[in-house]
Design a protein around this ligand. Sequence first.
Ligand SMILES: [Zn+2]
Length: 178
Amino acid sequence: MATIFTHALLPIAAKLTLPPGALPGKLVALAAAATMLPDLDVIAFAFGVPYADPFGHRGFTHSIAFALAIGFLCTGLAQKLNSQPKVIFWTMFLSVLSHPLLDSFTNGGLGVAWFWPFSDARYFMPWQPIEVSPIGIRGFFSSRGVQVLVSEFMWVIAPLLTVAAGLRFWLSRKAKRP
Ligand SMILES: [Zn+2]
């Protein structure tokens, strides 16, 4: 994993970028929480499931199929979330998918099972600049934890905020034009 804060950033950045009202707050909160969902699979370690197993860490919960399933499931909450099923689907799908995407840019552990259930193969990106986050709280509050945050800031948070600010500027100028 990258750290949970960084995973949650994508829906929040989308909310800040898009025109007010495009993404309801409740949907963004749900999407931010859902970005952490794939890492619930670390529970598998407690049950002795090996990392490389499709049901181990970075296995099925890190697949495109899992993100699609969460997207579809959440469309049932359209009334509660005060949003259209199409908007909910894309927000949830992309938010959950951003998690394995980030993981595949990290430099440790095994890759992600993108194509489960069709293939159990694990994939990394050809370029992995992000320091992998230690699993568990103790590892997190260590000098390695700081190193991880710095690398996530450099490779994810800063670029994402720059793109978001740029888009926001462009959208607001477009809106002002007659
Ligand atoms: Zn993960």
